[in-house]
Ligand binder design. Structure first.
Ligand code: FAD
Length: 533
């Protein structure tokens, strides 16, 4: 170990590594980027994290916190110190009938069965839940299949503990105005943070409230619009930290509210032969309050042959056009009779929409297969994309659901214009669209298209009052486009927010407001063989 590593090792209980193999093991997440850290640290205690923050502050290092590293934006990689929480910070502190409290490195796959035993589940666990962590879900403000009902993780975080840039741990909870004033009166680091952030939001109140993207779910920038509300008089820093991707401080514990497992569920499968009918079908289905509503365009569907086989969809898709979309719609009810009625009503309405073929399962029979296949869809597409040395980079835009019928054809036409074949998979009910290019995206030929395509896509999103990200967040990928998406005034407020919490830029540099397209594209994970393609 080098002398810097040895010095840090002496001041903490956890493990410090500087060898090439350990550093290489964390140089990737699930994004198109790669960064090799100088040190990898597995802290054992909160005191360890405090020591690492103090060390970084005084020695010019920076810190990237990391859970399972499934982030799709480059959020979980860094060129300096990686703090990996998955070795030691894995304790589930408490599971009650309504909440779970755990350390950040706890795998979701450990928590989920414990919740199920209590007839509970996360409101918005990501489909990567078999590998990702509790801390990653909170820090990324993840969304999931049921986010149509429940939104992203931010709506469910009730309390958090964080280590801030002064090296101390603080508890964040929603505060009344009186409690906030007491905090602001303290002549301490904490007091100054509350004062500065309150003044920033209060002085720019309308700008900030108007900057909130007009979509059911957004995960871009810093959610200042959810921190301070004059009407309720609540000031809530958990809303700023959820989704901040480790750029403001390090989460050491969180309490998240859970929801009941559904009593009865059924899945309807439908196919439309042309996206021009999409508006009508989205409106028709949304009138029936689905619990989940997902669509795959045909290229995505073809990529997912497992879905086709498992569901035996040959008859539904017999006359497909190559330009259509395939849907799964989950309905839930408290009794089987109520569910049968709901299914019948939706099926009846769908059959009246032109160009729609609809099939319905006997209650629950194919639901498991559909949602299992759906959960693996992103992984399958990613695996396929990686075979072509491609990967997600325009993977997560959010637009008002009513605009999907206009936006998706625009996106398809852009992809054609840039000669970039891609699969489109969408959480249709709330307008979140995942576009996964299938092809050698990072080849020399295609690389030059990344910036103009991102720019054109940002324009489309802006035109429709949407957000660059619905659930995957900004990181190195969308951080460089935040100014264009939100405009200079709101962007400046994001930068000031970062600097209130992290004036020395020790937390997760080159992400969100600190990102630049030139830095990001200098760190593309380029296989050597692509250089001449
Ligand atoms: C196949 C696949 C499917 C996916 N499906 C979804 C999906 O359905 N919905 C969705 O929203 N996302 C999805 N993702 C993205 C990703 O899996 C989620 O965002 C997940 O919650 C990240 O968890 P993680 O443990 O891997 O976190 P990491 O990737 O390790 O970290 C995520 C971010 O959080 C920060 N962070 C981690 N720990 C801390 C901490 N203790 N304190 C502060 N910051 C911290 C990191 O710096 C990073 O910026 C998917 C990814 C893949 C590869």
């Amino acid at each position: 170990m080098n002398t810097v590593g040895a010095g840090l090792q002496n001041s903490i209980e956890g493990d410090v590594y500087t060898d090439a193999a350990t550093r290489k093991a964390v140089q990737r997440d699930a994004s198109i980027f790669s960064l090799t850290p100088k040190l990898v640290v597995y802290p054992k205690t909160v005191a360890d994290i405090s020591s690492i923050v103090t060390f970084a502050k005084h020695s010019g290092y920076s810190i990237t916190p990391r859970g399972a590293g499934t982030d799709m934006t480059g959020g979980a990689i860094g060129g300096s110190i990686i703090i990996d929480t998955t070795r030691y910070l894995t304790t589930v502190r408490e599971i009650t009938s309504s909440h779970v409290t755990a350390e950040p490195g706890t795998p979701l796959r450990v928590i989920t069965p414990k919740l199920a035993a209590a007839q509970r589940q996360f409101a918005s666990a990501p489909t990567s839940a078999h590998t990702s962590t509790f801390g990653g879900m909170v820090a990324n403000n993840a969304g999931g299949v049921y986010s149509l009902q429940f939104g992203n993780t931010n709506g469910w975080v009730r309390k958090m503990k964080v280590v801030l840039s002064d090296g101390n741990e603080y508890t964040l909870t929603p505060l009344t105005h009186a409690q906030l004033k007491r905090k602001m009166r303290q002549d301490t680091f904490e007091g100054r943070i509350y004062t500065q952030l309150y003044e920033l939001i209060e002085h720019n109140y309308d700008t900030i409230k108007n900057a909130r993207p007009r979509v059911p779910r957004s995960n871009s920038g810093y959610a200042l619009w959810d921190v301070w509300d004059r009407e309720s008089g609540i000031f809530d820093l958990t809303q700023l930290f959820t989704g901040s991707q480790g750029t403001l401080g390090i989460i050491t514990e969180a309490s998240v509210e859970t929801v009941s497992l559904p009593a009865h569920t059924a899945t309807l499968l439908a196919y439309i032969s042309s996206l021009h009918s999409l508006d009508v079908i989205v409106q028709t289905i949304m009138r029936h309050a689905p619990a989940a509503f997902e669509g795959f365009d045909e290229s995505g569907f073809r990529a997912n042959s497992a879905l086709h086989t498992q569901l035996g969809l040959a008859s539904l898709l017999k006359n497909r056009t190559g330009k259509g979309m395939f849907f799964g719609i989950e309905l839930q009810a408290s009794s089987e009779e109520a569910l049968i009625q709901k299914v019948g009503a939706l099926r009846h309405d769908l059959k009246r929409v032109k160009k729609v073929k609809v099939d319905v399962d006997p209650i629950g029979a194919h639901s498991t297969a559909f949602w299992r296949a759906r959960r693996s869809a992103l992984a399958l597409l990613r695996a396929q994309a990686q075979a072509f040395h491609g990967a997600p980079f325009i993977d997560d835009l959010a637009v008002p659901p009513v605009a999907l019928g206009v936006v998706l054809p625009k996106v398809q036409s852009l992809l054609r214009q840039y000669a970039l074949p891609a699969s489109i998979h969408s959480h249709l009910g709330d307008g979140v669209v995942h576009i996964i290019p299938i092809g050698p995206v990072l080849s020399k030929k295609h690389r030059a298209k990344l910036a103009p395509l991102m720019r054109d896509l940002t324009t489309i999103v802006k035109e429709h009052g949407g957000a660059l990200s619905g659930e995957h967040n900004d990181g190195m990928l969308r951080g460089p486009w935040l100014r264009a998406a939100f405009g200079p005034e709101t962007y400046a407020l994001f930068v000031q927010t970062k600097e209130i919490f992290d004036p020395d830029y020790i937390f997760n540099p080159h992400k969100k407001t600190d990102a630049s397209w030139s830095y990001s594209t200098h760190h593309l994970a380029l296989p050597m063989m692509l250089d001449n393609v």
